[in-house]
Design a protein around this ligand. Structure first.
Ligand code: SDX
Length: 468
């Protein structure tokens, strides 16, 4: 038997263990039964674990669900999950070795070139590109539901001294409700996020809240709320609108990244999906994740001139120096991040069209060239990621660095909603990983008068954990 013969074990039924049987999951039978045999050499007990494959190739996974019965005493340990698939999804596919990113099978290059963010948001949710009529209805629904209640406006003003990501997280939470009958449908968060993000920008700089202009198309409506004067006057720029729309498309979804998988974990407790989106916003803020775009600009400003690049590259390689080359490296991409390639290509044309000169672009390009020839980065397959160039374009659009991650969230809301809708209402188990305990063994309580430093140190030293 050569290659992969696949048997379709799809089906969305509930399997005998009460777990959710995923649709479109296929077991690939190559060179024998598609399974691995797990053997506990201490007892000789063995478990057959099925191998499951994705529809797009890439890696296979071992289905750990059968690991019960004789193997209930064994769990797997994988901090940060670099070797673990947390779920099955039909939405986005990444091949990190080949630098491939697809939304519902469509390559990101084609979507960036030929689609709009509204079309892409529809595709992510519904699984197919919309007809003209479907797109029109979706865009109208997004316009009709772009408003936010007074509680959201009040929260934005109350939080105006905080980072816009904190403002956005709190504003989203102001829309969450414990009563399912009163809840905002998750996809209406695609409609409301521009109003929240743009007004976090306005209010944080001291301007007043701006109501959404429902007669403008989605991305232009966002830019109008961002940049209109207090009378609402805003002269749209097709270059700016297209560039912004493109950035939203490139950031729309990315499999089980830290913030999306956080949101899926939170919604597994049956809380309002809007609350799960707020959790995703919080996770995205981190500089190792969506906050990297702001950190990239701060890094380029700190480097200052091309001749200081070697100093910072050396620092990035120095284990004793916490400095990292922000915008470089990725958990999945061990090749160029395709989004970075697209944004890099657009950077020149957008800056030229906006009539902006930014010497930081020259520093970024030179830094990339130096790093990509340096053995440290080559050996670790560290390439520019989506955040490396995006900040340069956003700054050229007159956004300050603290608005870069909010704009990342503005694009990612489409994927967060699609991913949450993939699990909401399905009998998925609550996310609850195990741990490996290596703390003190059981011991009896020690009364206050008999506690002493030597005892404390003695009892602690008896329980030094084994290194993991
Ligand atoms: C995003 O997951 C997603 O999909 C995220 C995202 C999305 O669309 O949702 O793509 C968006 O978050 C992009 C990533 C943005 N973050 C940054 O640019 C911050 C800088 N990058 C690093 O913090 C790091 O690369 C991560 C966090 C992105 C990935 O870290 P990993 O996969 O956990 O890798 P690691 O930290 O274990 O690093 C492996 C090695 C280490 O060296 P050794 O111990 O092997 O000697 O590579 C080194 C690291 O020290 N390394 C870096 C580095 N990134 C990794 N060294 C210098 N500079 C860097 N940027």
């Amino acid at each position: 038997m050569t290659g992969h013969d696949t048997q379709d074990v799809s089906g969305r039924g509930i399997d005998e263990t009460g777990g959710r049987q995923y649709g479109k999951v296929t077991a690939s039978a190559s060179y024998g039964p598609s399974s691995v045999t797990l053997r506990d050499n201490r007892t000789g007990a063995e478990a057959e674990l099925p191998i499951l494959s994705s529809t797009e190739g890439g890696f296979d996974v071992i289905d750990m669900k059968p690991l019960s019965g004789d193997f209930n005493h064994l769990k797997t340990l994988d901090p940060g999950y670099p070797h673990t698939a947390s779920t099955v999804s039909n939405i986005t596919y990444i091949d990190g070795e080949k630098g491939i990113l697809q939304y519902r099978g469509y390559p990101i290059e084609q979507l960036a070139e030929q689609s709009t963010f509204m079309e892409t948001a529809f595709l992510l949710r519904e699984g197919e590109l919309p007809t003209q009529e479907q797109l029109g209805l979706f865009e109208q629904e997004m316009a009709d539901n772009a408003d936010v209640p007074d509680e959201v406006v009040d929260v934005l003003y109350a939080m105006r001294s905080k980072h816009p990501m904190a403002m956005i997280s709190a504003a989203v939470m102001a829309l969450a409700d414990e009563n399912p009958d009163r809840r905002v449908p998750p996809h209406h968060m695609i409609a409301k996020m521009p109003t929240i993000v743009a007004n976090a920008f306005r209010i944080s700089r001291g301007d007043d809240f701006m109501e959404p202009d429902k007669n403008r198309p989605y991305t232009e409506r966002f830019l109008q709320m961002c940049f209109a004067d207090e009378d609402g006057c805003y002269e749209s720029s097709p270059v700016l609108t297209v560039a912004m729309d493109n950035i939203f498309i490139l950031h729309a979804d990315h499999e089980q990244n830290a913030s999306t998988s956080t949101a899926r974990t939170v919604v597994s407790t049956d809380v309002d999906p809007v609350a799960a989106i707020a959790s995703g916003v919080n996770a995205l803020w981190g500089p190792k994740h969506g906050g990297a775009n702001q950190a990239v600009l701060q890094m380029l400003d700190e480097i200052g001139t091309v001749d200081r690049i070697p100093e910072f590259v050396a620092r990035a390689k120095d284990k004793d120096d916490p400095f990292r080359l922000m915008g470089f490296g990725h958990r999945i991409y061990k090749n160029f991040d395709p989004r970075a390639r697209i944004i890099k290509e657009h950077a020149d044309s957008v800056l030229e069209a906006l009539g902006v000169q930014d010497e930081k672009l020259a520093i970024a390009r030179e830094l990339e060239q130096i790093a990509l020839k340096d053995e440290y980065f080559v050996a670790r397959k560290l390439y520019p990621n989506v955040d490396f160039y995006s900040g340069i374009i956003l700054r050229a659009m007159d956004f300050p660095p603290n608005m870069f991650t909010p704009i990342f969230e503005q694009g990612r809301i489409a994927g967060q909603v699609a991913q949450l809708e993939e699990v909401v209402g399905k009998p998925d188990p609550i996310t609850r990983p195990y741990q490996l305990y290596q703390g003190p063994r059981r011991r009896d309580f020690v009364s206050m008068e008999s506690r002493g430093i030597e005892d404390a140190i003695g009892t602690t030293e008896d329980h030094q954990p084994e290194p993991v």
